[in-house]
Design a protein around this ligand. Structure first.
Ligand code: NAP
Ligand code: GLV
Length: 306
């Protein structure tokens, strides 16, 4: 069995060593143009030339949860695309989102600014009930985030494509319930996959439906957001602020208004990192399962795009 590793922007050696240790019977190689085709591939944003050389590929393991970049490529006909299924990401995402929500709700930015000026200030406590949080996407990450927010007793809403039932989370589904979901939310957390249906979904019209003083946390993909619409809504006072971890162009270009906007907190696509050891264990386990002819979880449906 041959496994080829082809990941842009990733140091290959530790991955190759980890995969070899986990699957000692396999030949594990870094892709070189013209090399013999593989049975399995471990990829992140591979070039089309790599995929075009893989006629016998059984599965492509993406070393991230989001497969939007892969879905733009011409894939080998028999290959299943497999996304990372948590592998240590959901707890990181829960930490990040809870931190961002609490920082905004408790006005910690304001306290930090006051302390820097030597001011011992108090702010009137705000009511948690006035900060309902809406989570767009109730998949592997969104569900964990929704549950984590409930621990802090925020009212939590969730929106997904198919109907869901989560304890203590008010669930909405499909386009028909989208407006009601937005209208019930003050803080909006985006954890949708990027697909033709969801591109640009965070725009002037949708963000304007949030409760007054709305706040956006985008941790999914930059192309979900219409950048100029967010800036306009922040500048007009319609939205109170935003925490952004993902951007249309990454790294965020120098001079982009998000860098310096006083109501925006930027982080460099770091809310839920791929953890190498957990990911290798998951991928190796799934390859072994497939080799036994058994089914695995995390297979992407190309028709849905996630
Ligand atoms: P997932 O398990 O596939 O869940 C996706 C959720 O979105 C599902 O609940 C799905 O509904 C819902 N959804 C999809 N299309 C929809 C639509 N048109 N309308 C309404 N709901 C829709 O994905 P995940 O593992 O939670 O990851 C979500 C995204 O997070 C990834 O695609 C990636 O872009 C992003 N991400 C970012 C980072 C980071 O560091 N910033 C890290 C990891 C992932 P159903 O349940 O009905 O299918
Ligand atoms: C990161 O953004 C991922 O999709 O895993």
């Amino acid at each position: 069995m041959k496994i080829t590793f082809c990941c842009t922007d990733t140091k290959a050696e530790p991955w190759l060593a980890g995969l070899r240790a986990a699957l000692p019977e396999a030949l594990v190689e870094l892709w070189q143009p013209g090399a013999a085709p593989a049975d399995y591939a471990v990829v992140w944003a591979p070039p089309q030339a790599f995929l075009d050389e893989q006629p016998q590929l059984k599965a492509l393991f993406n070393i991230g949860a989001g497969v939007d970049a892969l879905m733009l490529l011409r894939l080998p006909p028999g290959a299943q695309v497999v996304r990372l299924d948590d592998a240590g990401m959901s707890v990181q995402m829960a930490e990040y989102v809870c931190h961002a929500v609490i920082r905004h709700f408790r006005e910690f930015d304001g306290y930090e600014a006051d302390v820097k000026q030597g001011k011992w200030s108090y702010r009137k406590p705000r009511a948690r009930a006035d900060f309902p949080v809406g989570v767009m996407g109730l998949g592997v990450l969104g569900e964990r985030v929704a549950r984590a927010l409930r621990v802090f007793e925020f009212p939590v809403m969730g929106w997904s494509r198919s109907p869901k039932a989560l304890d203590d989370v008010r669930c909405f589904a499909g386009p028909a319930q989208f407006d009601d979901f937005l209208a019930a939310s003050r803080v909006l957390v985006n954890l949708l996959p990027l697909t033709p249906e969801t591109e640009g979904i965070l725009n002037r019209a949708t963000l304007s439906r949030l409760k007054p003083g709305g706040y956006l946390i985008n941790v999914a993909r930059g192309a979900h957001l219409v950048d100029e619409d967010l800036i306009a809504l922040l500048d007009s006072g319609q939205l109170a602020g935003a925490t952004l971890d993902v951007f249309r162009t990454e790294p965020l270009p120098a001079g982009h208004p998000f860098w310096t906007h006083p109501k925006i907190t930027v982080t460099p696509h770091t809310s839920a990192r791929t953890l190498r050891e957990e990911s290798i264990a998951q991928i190796a386990g799934k390859i072994a399962t497939l080799e036994r002819g058994e089914p695995i979880a995390g297979i992407v449906d190309p028709a849905r795009g996630y």
